[in-house]
Design a protein around this ligand. Structure first.
Ligand code: SF4
Length: 425
């Protein structure tokens, strides 16, 4: 007797999302993907057959636009629209229509209890059920037109997905503990290549630093990574439109290695313009490496076939705060780097330098006063560039109470201001 009852599945072997990256209230889709719908859920898969998102379709689901996304690091991140969906909602402080609820300890401004909602958690159980149903469907030869897709999905069970994320870390030499805030523009979907390990400072407050001293990678290491990543991302490479050159201070690696890595990655990963949108290049820089970078570096970056974002960790322009958080730079250096950010943003059409400052309940009031002054009086030549990200300190209590302070700084600032949450790859 056959007890197997195949539920109704609607299978779309190939679907197309928007080619252009635009901010939208509905979940972003990859350029090309596959979709399976059950009566209660929508599951999306990348071109390798790896599951990438789940969304509930019934009235029990918190909001039609909320969804789970699985990262290449194999984290299931829940994207919530928050409690307000208008212009004063999540988008007003994140710059995006979603707030990522991370399944690991981070620095949230707002602790949404996404993972305690049984309907939300049901989505992950439904993924296991779908996998089992596809297994049965495959053994019975059902859905012949989707045979190849089903085989690809079955080849990527949970254990395989976990192993693939470990393999990615092995290729680049360790997990990326934090992505630049600007990667929000591509929904954090980047291909990483490590060009330098460690960083110039080992700031006391930092929760993402590695113990390593700063060290550039060799060109051979960069080429080895690119070859292995090309194979690792496989067919799904075409869905990527962004490169992250890691790690915490890739800018300190210098123009030769940065441009070499960017050009090789561009060629090998098959990056190209999509609907007139160039691919994106992201990297971190420190106050020291940014101040030390000469015109040649920016001229060369501006010539690359990427739109480049460099994110600098300023943290504060208050001397006591800098000492308190153990950041070994002076107020003068931060001011100088801040002015340089304005100059670079005004002088190079394909480069945007952005900056991070900290927020926290127990910081000296001078931190906020000096920051407000800096942002209010910034000599802005291009108002759409030079985004300032405010990052809550991880151990700061009552983080949501930081939002009014954030709004005040944002309102007075001549530069765009958003909140920065620590997100790993
Ligand atoms: S804040 Fe930046 S420079 Fe300081 S330790 Fe962390 S990663 Fe390194």
């Amino acid at each position: 007797m056959d007890f197997f009852q195949q539920p109704r599945l609607m299978i779309s072997v190939e679907k197309k999302g928007k080619g252009m990256l635009i901010k939208q209230t509905f979940p972003r889709r990859p350029y090309r993907y596959s979709e399976i719908r059950t009566p209660g859920f929508e599951f999306c898969f990348n071109l390798n057959g790896e599951i990438i998102s789940i969304r509930g379709l019934t009235p029990d689901w918190p909001h039609p636009a909320e969804h789970f996304k699985r990262t290449v690091g194999n984290d299931w991140v829940y994207y919530t629209v928050g409690d307000k969906s208008g212009s004063d909602g999540v988008v007003s402080w994140m710059g995006e229509y979603y707030l990522p609820c991370l399944p690991y300890v981070s620095n949230p401004v707002w602790d949404v209890k996404c993972f305690s909602n049984p309907h939300v958690m049901m989505a992950l159980a439904e993924w296991s059920q779908l996998y089992a149903n596809l297994y049965m469907a495959d053994s019975k030869g059902l859905y012949p037109r989707a045979k190849d897709l089903i085989k690809r999905i079955l080849a990527n069970d949970d254990q395989t997905l976990h192993e693939r994320s470990q393999r990615l870390n092995d290729i680049i030499g360790g997990r990326i503990s934090v992505l630049p805030p600007d990667t929000r523009h591509v929904n954090y979907d980047i291909i990483p290549v490590t060009i330098a390990d460690g960083c110039l400072y080992h700031c006391k407050f930092c929760c993402v630093k590695s113990d390593q001293k700063f060290r550039k990678r060799s060109k051979e290491s960069v080429l080895d990574q690119i070859t292995a990543l090309k194979d690792h991302f496989g067919a799904d490479r075409t869905n990527y439109h962004a490169l992250f050159l890691g790690n915490h201070d890739a800018l300190a690696a210098g123009d030769d290695l940065i441009c070499f890595a960017a050009q090789q990655a561009y060629k090998e990963f098959g990056f190209k313009q999509r609907l007139k949108q160039d691919p994106f290049l992201y990297l971190f820089g420190s106050v020291g490496s940014f101040l030390g970078a000469g015109e040649t570096l920016f001229e060369k970056l501006n010539e690359l076939p990427f739109d480049t974002y460099i994110n600098i960790g300023f943290e504060s322009i208050d001397a006591n705060t800098l000492v308190g958080i153990g950041k070994p730079v002076t107020v003068e250096q931060v001011k100088e780097a801040f002015s340089k950010m304005m100059e670079i943003n005004a002088g190079y059409n394909r480069i945007e330098v952005t900056g991070n400052f900290i927020m926290g309940a127990n910081l000296p009031s001078d931190h906020y006063l000096s920051l407000a002054e800096l942002l209010k009086n910034a000599d802005v030549k291009n108002k759409s560039k030079g985004t300032i990200y405010l990052s809550p300190l991880k151990d700061s209590p009552n983080k949501r109470e930081l939002l009014p302070q954030f709004y005040q700084l944002k309102e007075e600032s001549r530069l765009p201001v958003f909140v920065y949450l620590i997100q790993r790859l």
